[in-house]
Design a protein around this ligand. Sequence first.
Ligand code: ADP
Length: 315
Amino acid sequence: MYDYDLLVVGSANADLVIDVERRPGAGETVLGGDLAVHPGGKGANQAVAAARLGARTALLARVGDDGHGRLLLDSLRTAGVATAGVLTGGAPTGVALITVDPSGDNSIVVSPGANGRLTPGDVRDADRLLRTSRVVSAQLEIPLETVVEVVRRLPEDGRFVLNPSPPRPLPREVLAACDPLIVNEHEAKVILGGAAAGDAPEDWARSLLAEGPRSVVVTLGAEGALVASAADADEARDGDGDGDGVEVARVAPVRVDAVDTTGAGDAFTAALAWRLGTGATLAEAAGYAARVGAAAVTRRGAQESFPTGAEVGAP
Ligand code: ADP
């Protein structure tokens, strides 16, 4: 009855990368190495990551009627993502212009382009995709009103996962739909806007949960992650003893030699969203996602670094 395990609603960008000896200052021109063009954008990255793991995945996004758009469609189809929901036209494909210096520091200019033209109307037109997908995930590289429309159009038994990146304050209506809200440290701080009740990630998770999400995941890079949700009635009485009715659990880090962390968060979110749809608990899904995120940091690039289900092993 479900056509898709995961529907990703989000961005698709071409990442244009040039290595430079020194990043240019105001008014300056520097010569760099050969241009490398990679498919990217958080939405496309998540969709490719999920499909590579074996999830039946669809993407709702918008690209331009241009070469970058065709590059993105190609990489999505090669990974096995259903692209009927990838709309074309309205503006050039979104682009990230990235210069990287020898120390690995970068400067990035993003032109959202067609991503900024993915409208609430496009979400309404994709009603069938929303109704036939077990889990829907989104990020914030598309207009916020489009994400709001996704939340309003979720089917009764639909599950919504949000990685609020780049972060901005969120309306209560969106927060209340998140199950979970997935944030790194920086995103947690922006969403909380100074409302965190302490310095530890556990404190941020509790503070975030108080803002309305049904559950929260905080990713901690090489330190793994933690999950937080309202405890069920029994555990609220006799769980961790502090009586606040919130259960917080650490997800053990997976030790690997990290080469490039680009895209780790996207791979983590995609894996977690997919596993939740198969009936895994939040802690189980996050444990699997941590293995996927760890595998992604052992290889260079974003989409090129995402593992297959066979590489990660049984969930
Ligand atoms: P983001 O890219 O959004 O900042 P993180 O850097 O926290 O997200 O990475 C997401 C997840 O990927 C982490 O929770 C962790 O499970 C995994 N991960 C990231 N970096 C490493 C690393 N160096 N070693 C092992 N796992 C990692």
